[in-house]
Design a protein around this ligand. Structure first.
Ligand SMILES: NC(=O)c1ccc[n+]([C@@H]2O[C@H](COP(=O)([O-])OP(=O)(O)OC[C@H]3O[C@@H](n4cnc5c(N)ncnc54)[C@H](OP(=O)(O)O)[C@@H]3O)[C@@H](O)[C@H]2O)c1
Length: 308
């Protein structure tokens, strides 16, 4: 009698799970869509990153892991978004710190089992009036903007699930046309440029800045611009190689320029755009629907494709 009762109970549970699944399917939801898509936004305690985190966290079906290098600032930002109704949690991340990156990766793996959206927004620029030597500025700017973005991307890429979206925040200050040497332009734009070669070019710029030869070797006099050329070309390489780097289908990798926005980085007086306006294309790219396979490996401005 007892056995029969257990059997009926098990059968009832299976039927209930099946019914749930059926109702989800009839509502057009897959298993994955029943749990939120997980998004990581780097450098999201303020500025454009905060607005991207805000937009994504207020989008139904997305949970944002808002990251920042300073825990108190990041936690405060996440709390503000929660008060607005955002689905968000905070996790510390300094993209130049290997241990910090590893800790975030383990957190995502254990808590969520994977990642659906990565927005590489964290960035840095010396002020125009900065007095640090150009060579030091080159090293520091590329350390964060290029090598930091590369490190967090490579760490989280294997966790990206099917139809995942990677969005890198680049800049119009980092267009290939700003390189003064045709030979350099050709090297950056080579169809078979590897990540290793790209990193080599970034190191070459740091060395040329150190020896005071960056201008004669065809580099522009902007460390920020060169770092963003690196981010843009990294986007191109990652998108091209995505099938080898991540076996899940439908993953798209793009970058964009938010335009000149009022933030701590770009200043508050002359910039014509708000950070929220600058966030718009980032949110658009992060939420491209499944089937947008033609939108992979491009540079965007105001939701439109632009040339490198
Ligand atoms: N504003 C513009 O006009 C403009 C134009 C084109 C592109 N962009 C790009 O847009 C992105 C956001 O810039 P923003 O204007 O919003 O600047 P922002 O207000 O200065 O914000 C930059 C964010 O990056 C974070 N960050 C810096 N170094 C980091 C590191 N090592 N690890 C983790 N986070 C780090 C900052 O953290 P802290 O608060 O701790 O410093 C901050 O959260 C950047 O990639 C920037 O290059 C901006």
């Amino acid at each position: 009698m007892h056995l029969v009762f257990v059997f009926v109970l098990v059968l009832a549970s299976i039927s209930f799970a099946f019914a749930l699944r059926l109702s989800a399917l009839s509502a057009g939801l897959s298993d994955k869509e029943m749990s939120p898509r997980i998004a990581v936004v780097t450098g999201a305690n303020k500025g454009i990153g905060y607005e991207i985190a805000r937009g994504l966290s207020l989008t139904p079906g997305i949970h944002v892991i808002l990251t920042a290098r300073k825990a108190a600032l990041g936690q405060d930002a996440a709390d503000r978004l929660k008060q607005e109704g955002g689905q968000v949690s905070f996790h510390q991340l300094d993209i130049t710190d290997a241990q910090s990156i590893q800790t975030l990766r383990s957190h995502i793996e254990s808590q969520y089992g994977g990642l659906d959206i990565l927005v590489n927004n964290a960035g840095f620029a010396f002020k125009m009036a900065a007095t640090e030597p150009f060579s030091l500025q080159a090293k520091e700017t590329l350390k964060i903007n290029y090598f930091g973005t590369l490190a967090i991307s490579n760490a989280l890429l294997p966790l990206i699930r099917a139809n995942g979206r990677i969005v890198n925040v680049a800049s119009q200050a980092g267009l290939i046309s700003s390189l003064k040497s045709q030979a350099l332009r050709d090297r950056f734009m080579a169809d078979d440029l590897t990540e290793k070669q790209l990193s080599g070019l970034m190191k070459q710029f740091i060395d040329d800045a150190q020896s005071g030869q960056h201008q004669s070797r065809g580099w522009p006099s902007t460390t920020y611009g060169v770092s963003k050329i690196g981010v843009a070309m990294l986007t191109r390489i990652t998108a091209r190689d995505i099938g080898r780097l991540n076996s899940n289908p439908g993953v798209l990798v793009n970058c964009y320029c938010p335009g000149w926005c009022k933030t701590d980085m770009a200043g508050w007086d002359r910039a014509p755009r708000t950070a929220a306006q600058g966030a718009d294309t980032g949110i658009y790219l992060a939420t491209l629907p499944p089937g947008s396979s033609d939108l992979n490996g491009h540079f965007f401005y105001d939701r439109a494709q632009r040339s490198w």
